[in-house]
Design a protein around this ligand. Structure first.
Ligand SMILES: NC(=O)c1ccc[n+]([C@@H]2O[C@H](COP(=O)([O-])OP(=O)(O)OC[C@H]3O[C@@H](n4cnc5c(N)ncnc54)[C@H](O)[C@@H]3O)[C@@H](O)[C@H]2O)c1
Length: 432
């Protein structure tokens, strides 16, 4: 099948490469010329385990190509996937759909034969109807079909998630499009992936409802962890005890910092905005958003207590600054709230992240990237484990810092409090 991916970010690049690996001919487009030029040379713009080799392999096999020639790429493709960003609109809860609408206008000028236009970007319910309206201003509705195919991959696990998703959702009433897309996904379906065909609007809503539900689960366990701290209960016991109930399940029940990333924060806000538009009060999701926004303040208050509010000339070391492990994505990471606050309080911050220095942190005074865990923690007063990278899981803290009374604040509950006590290390976790 001839496929075109518009937008070569976390979703478009991974899906495009994986579709090509399944034997399709894929052309990836991006408006960012640097990105395309680098990709042509096999240079990957994001950190995603395993992606590097897969890109090189499929470029070599000539099934994967990169271009910024929009018209040419779209014209010769049978299936066109839209994978551009849908961030939160400035000063609003609404999703900014300008990138999607721009792409739709451009596609409408390149339709000479029937095309399936599949939207993979996360968009509010009824956006597909708008895309159809935009394109039908230029071409007859018989010449195209707009399908919603929400993406559920997780950064850091994206290739595995592409090949073994829990489900593929195809939102369309068009039988021909459904048949072609079912065929495209048949290698995954034959391995046991569930395939569901719904209305386009249902598919759009499945994505937002899923993300809001997962965000709710995280926020729920985070709030329970606050209660654990007050009542001397270990949140890990509560998570295990709850998760063993099959109706609840153990995933997304690990307490930690506020959820962040490029999806949950913006998608929970956007579904509230959409519901408001349709005069529906999503009071539960509203509480989740509020609770999550307050989460970083709560953890900062805990840091103030741990440090007895003395920050002047103290060195705080952050291990991991992205929103979670195994990604380089800084979008809405809770470190972006914590680090500026602590630096303003007068602390010096060293940070180490396996994916390197972050431009988002360059503007802050006394905030420095260090190239190793050792360098970040040398002479540290407080070591904060912010993400759960494997390389943070077996640190010998005593060999790291020269300070006698250093403290470890483990926001991912990686270490055993008992072992830390035996080693005489002042240690704090989340909810225990
Ligand atoms: N990142 C994730 O883990 C994830 C998971 C599931 C769904 N999603 C959704 O998928 C969508 C894309 O997310 P992402 O993280 O891949 O975004 P991203 O910002 O990493 O990538 C989007 C890409 O689209 C390109 N682009 C924008 N306008 C363009 C145009 N007119 N022509 C060509 N290229 C254009 C940008 O240059 C960018 O490279 C969003 O709606 C997001 O919510 C993301």
């Amino acid at each position: 099948m001839k496929i075109c991916m518009i937008g070569t970010g976390y979703v478009g690049l991974v899906s495009g490469v994986c579709f090509s690996d399944l034997g399709n001919s894929v052309i990836c487009i991006d408006k960012d010329i640097n990105k395309i030029n680098n990709l042509k040379k096999g240079i990957i713009p994001i950190y995603e385990p395993g992606l590097d080799e897969l890109v090189k392999k499929n470029i070599k096999s000539n099934r994967l190509n990169f271009t910024n020639k929009f018209n040419e790429a779209v014209s010769k493709s049978d299936v066109v996937f839209i994978c551009v960003g849908t961030p939160t609109k400035n000063k609003s809860y609404a999703a900014d759909l300008s990138q999607i609408y721009n792409v739709a206008k451009k596609i409408s000028k390149c339709i000479k034969k029937f095309k399936i236009i599949v939207n993979k970007s996360t968009v509010p319910v009824t956006t597909g109807d708008q895309l159809e309206k935009i394109i039908s201003r230029k071409v007859s509705k018989k010449m195209f079909s707009i399908v919603s195919n929400p993406e559920f991959l997780r950064e850091g696990e994206a290739i595995r998630d592409f090949h073994y998703p829990d489900r593929v959702v195809i939102g369309t009433d068009n039988k021909k499009s459904n048949k072609i897309l079912k065929n495209l996904y048949s290698p995954l379906i034959s391995k046991g992936t569930s395939y569901i065909n719904t209305s386009r609007r249902a598919a759009e809503l499945i994505k937002y409802a899923s993300n809001s539900f997962l965000a709710t689960k995280i926020t729920f366990i985070n709030e329970i962890s606050n209660l654990c701290e007050r009542t001397n209960v270990n949140i890990e016991d509560v998570s295990i005890g709850m998760g063993l109930d099959k109706r609840i399940g153990s995933r997304f029940l690990r307490a930690g910092p506020a959820y962040g990333g490029s999806c949950f924060p913006k998608d929970t806000r956007a579904i509230i905005n959409t519901a408001n538009k349709f005069k529906i009060d999503l009071s539960l999701v509203k509480s989740v958003v509020k609770s999550n926004e307050n989460r970083s303040n709560l953890l900062l208050k805990r840091i103030k207590d741990i440090m007895k509010n003395k920050f002047k000339n103290k060195l705080i070391s952050f291990l991991g600054v992205t929103f979670k492990a195994n990604t380089d994505d800084m979008r809405e990471s809770s470190s972006l709230k914590m680090i500026p606050f602590l630096s303003k309080k007068g602390a010096k911050i060293n940070y180490f992240d396996p994916t390197g220095q972050k431009k988002e942190l360059n503007k802050y005074k006394n905030v420095n990237f260090t190239p190793s865990i050792k360098k970040a923690c040398f002479n540290s007063d407080l070591i904060i484990i912010h993400t759960e990278w494997n390389e943070f899981k077996s640190i010998n803290f005593k060999n790291l810092t020269k300070k006698k009374n250093f403290i470890v604040y483990d926001m991912r509950n990686i270490y055993s409090p008992k072992k830390m006590k035996i080693d005489k290390i002042k240690y704090f976790g989340i909810g225990r």
